[in-house]
Design a protein around this ligand. Structure first.
Ligand code: SAM
Ligand code: SF4
Length: 334
């Protein structure tokens, strides 16, 4: 029997988020600059290497795999990777294979994703106004994403919408977005904007819309019941009694979820980040590339998990960017 991954604070690590590319067909203002420089291709793990890496994590007890990016569905031949991971669902070792996507390519892949055992997908969508959507994503087209959502639902995938709460952008759309999701039977999670990367910090602080304020606005219009449900991540949930909808709030800047944190994040270059809010990471690409057997990789993963910190360091209250992460969300995958 292989011992499961347990961190120094006795948290079992059974959830891996994997960024399969740093590239994207959008340039969301809070995520990337318009002239992003991407990593040289040789630095990225190949799909075969990603398979070996993820399979080793599964062997060590990871039960949930979320594929992200950049935009995971722009990576060439990514379906062969989903197909490869589906064997772990078939064997029962993996309980869930999911992805977070901007939805732009979903109309092409929804059926195949379902066929590979994916049952749920998170689609990031901050506004249902065509013009605003074009502004926020810079390169995105709302129609295309809606087409992707339609295809996903038709294929049988359960869709959750993730919206970043942005003052001056979608604070006037709280009710329309909520209603739109209710009509389509989609759950909705709001994400507090995080100080990531190195572009336009002042802009980002200006965009900050606290989820406390957002929830207070919801409470003016709905009966809001707090739910006890937790997922080991930074989300908490409420139910809107009038629609029966579950609404999530992700406030990565607060510390109230660290004690139950069950996840680590692998970048597309094989760096393992133990915490979204800390710079500590371990390189797994060398142990993977330099040894044909997986023993070194397994040891490197176990050693990395020993570094998982108790909690993180963000602090917006200081209204400056101390504790700000120098890496972009598209690097760690959010
Ligand atoms: N491209 C895919 C997408 O947009 O869903 C997957 C990768 S994206 C980096 C993952 C999530 O991170 C998205 O929901 C996005 O809105 C969120 N995100 C990106 N930058 C962020 C920031 N600065 N603060 C909060 N959330 C952010
Ligand atoms: Fe691309 Fe997702 Fe970042 Fe937007 S949030 S630029 S879709 S990676």
């Amino acid at each position: 029997m292989t011992a499961p991954l347990i961190d120094p604070f006795q948290r079992p690590i059974d959830y891996l988020r994997v960024s399969v590319t740093d590239r994207c067909d959008f340039r969301c203002v809070y995520c990337m600059s318009e002239d992003m420089t991407f990593l040289p291709k040789k630095d990225l793990l190949t799909l075969e290497e990603l398979d070996r890496m993820c399979s080793t994590f599964v062997k060590l007890g990871v039960q949930k795999l979320r594929i992200t990016g950049g935009e995971p569905l722009v990576r060439r031949n990514i379906m062969s990777f989903f197909r490869a991971m589906s064997r772990h669902l078939d064997s029962g070792a993996l309980k869930e294979l999911t992805l977070t996507t901007n939805g732009s390519q979903l109309h092409r892949f929804a059926d195949e994703l379902f066929d590979c055992g994916v049952r749920r997908v998170n689609i990031s969508l901050d506004t249902i106004d065509t013009e605003k959507f074009a502004k926020v994503t810079r390169w995105g087209k709302l129609d295309n994403v809606i087409r992707g959502i339609d295809a996903a639902q038709k294929a049988g995938l359960r869709v959750k919408i993730n919206a970043v709460a942005l003052k001056g952008v979608n604070d006037d759309e709280l009710l329309p977005i909520t209603q739109w999701c209710a009509e389509r039977d989609m759950d909705l999670t709001w994400i507090e904007v995080m100080p990531m990367g190195d572009m336009g910090e002042e802009d980002r602080l200006d965009q900050y819309w606290s989820l406390k304020d957002l929830q207070a606005d919801l409470e003016k219009n709905y009966t809001v019941t707090e739910l006890a449900e937790r997922t080991g991540g930074p989300a908490r949930y409420v139910r809107l009694e009038e629609t029966g909808q579950k609404i999530g709030f992700i406030t990565p800047l607060t510390h109230n979820f660290c004690e139950s944190c069950n996840r680590v994040r692998l970048t597309c270059t094989g760096e393992l980040y133990m915490c979204l809010g800390q710079e500590d990471m371990a390189d797994l690409r060398d142990p993977l590339r330099q040894h044909k057997d997986d023993d070194h990789l397994e040891t490197a993963i176990r050693d990395a998990i020993k570094l998982k910190p108790k909690g993180h360091d963000f602090d917006y209250s200081r209204q400056k960017v101390e504790g700000q992460m120098s890496r972009h969300m598209s690097h760690t995958g959010g």
